[in-house]
Design a protein around this ligand. Structure first.
Ligand code: DAH
Length: 350
């Protein structure tokens, strides 16, 4: 009888020590399995008298029930513990502050390009886009810069595969080829009206984009930006260029007192040509003359290459550097900051 008592106690301890369901089932086998101790006790009843069998059998059955109840409780305890552990591991603390998603911002040069497009757009200029890999014709020849012309050496050109051996394709050294590309399209669209002796809507366009030259220092990058401007009509003059560009600079730099200076210069595709300098009325750069663009009256040869009669059509062009405009607007000393991708710098404009 006392073995029966201690058996329940032993089972309780064995079940309590089982740390996993597998261990628990192993422990169970020791007591109630086919070759377990309770089964062995049952078998031992065989040699007893009928009365003893009755009494002993009832006692063993009672122990068996207790052990099975203990087993059931132990199984439940393990299952509860496993669930509690899983819940703890997957706990979601809804009172924690959310993780913030940082918002991006436009690159300072992109901001400048948007401003340029906005300001010229308000003055009736379209925005045109064109290829960065150019032919020799559009980049040089059509712009009145024939082969062997000394002006070609003003540009340190990246040549690429393709094109003719004598005139390989290249990365455009300026946005000026867009003058020709855009004008040719415009003229094509209005060819019938022109041939019929009717007029043509004026060409009024800017063409911003990437340009390339073999050059690299604090104020030059092999890839940089330019924005071309072109206004061609039957009655467009230098005073229009002056008016438009002055209005642009005053708006862009938010300086109504800003002054412009047109300094005589040379470009193959304009005659006369001028470099445009500005002077701020206030701020750290006030009082200094700062070059911001090249410009001029479009050369008759270029007008011809646009498919127009230079006796009838006249206009002006300009080309400016959005990188430089950005440096002036924010007083930034090193152009390379724009292209290093340093977020500490870029975040200041977001
Ligand atoms: N393409 C010239 C350059 O890269 C800039 C320029 C000068 C553009 C005069 C023009 C212009 O349209 O009229 O240096």
């Amino acid at each position: 009888m006392s073995e029966l008592k201690s058996l329940v106690e032993e089972a309780r301890q064995a079940f309590a020590q089982a740390a996993t369901p597998v261990e628990l089932e192993d422990a169970k086998a020791v007591f109630v399995g086919k070759s377990g101790r309770i089964t062995a006790l049952m078998k031992g009843l065989a040699g007893l008298s009928v009365d003893e069998k009755k009494a002993q059998g009832a006692a063993i059955n009672e122990v068996k029930r207790e052990v099975e109840a203990l087993l059931q409780a132990a199984r439940q305890a393990l299952a509860d513990a496993a669930l509690a552990k899983q819940l703890a591991a997957e706990a979601l603390d809804v009172t924690l502050p959310g993780r913030q998603r940082s918002s991006g911002g436009l690159h300072p040069v992109s901001l400048t390009l948007e401003r340029i497009e906005g300001i010229f757009g308000s003055m009736g200029f379209e925005v045109a886009d064109g290829p960065e890999i150019e032919t020799d014709w559009f980049n040089f020849t059509a712009l009145n810069t024939p082969e062997d012309h000394p002006a070609r050496s003003m540009h340190d050109t990246f040549y690429v595969e393709g094109g003719q051996a004598s005139a390989p394709n290249l990365l455009r050294t300026h946005t000026s080829p867009m003058q020709i590309r855009h004008a040719v399209q415009h003229v094509k669209r209005h060819r019938a009206a022109l041939d019929a002796g009717e007029g043509m809507p004026e060409i009024r366009v800017i063409a911003p984009g990437r340009t390339y030259r073999v050059d690299s220092d604090a104020t030059h990058s092999p890839m940089f930006h330019q924005c071309e401007g072109l206004w061609i009509g039957e009655n467009v003059s230098f005073k229009d260029l002056k008016y438009v560009f002055t209005a642009f600079c005053k708006t862009f730099f938010e300086d109504d007192e800003l002054v412009l200076r047109f300094r005589p210069s040379f470009f193959p595709f304009t005659e006369p040509s001028a470099e445009i300098d500005i002077q701020f009325s206030s701020g750290p750069l006030a009082g200094r003359w700062l070059e911001v663009a090249g410009s001029g009256q479009v050369h008759p040869n270029v007008v011809r290459n646009m498919g127009l009669d230079p006796e009838r059509f006249i206009g002006f062009a300009f080309g400016m550097g959005p990188d430089r405009l950005t440096m002036l607007r924010y007083d930034i000393g090193d152009l390379r900051l724009f292209f290093d991708g340093d977020l500490r710098f870029l975040r200041q404009f977001a």
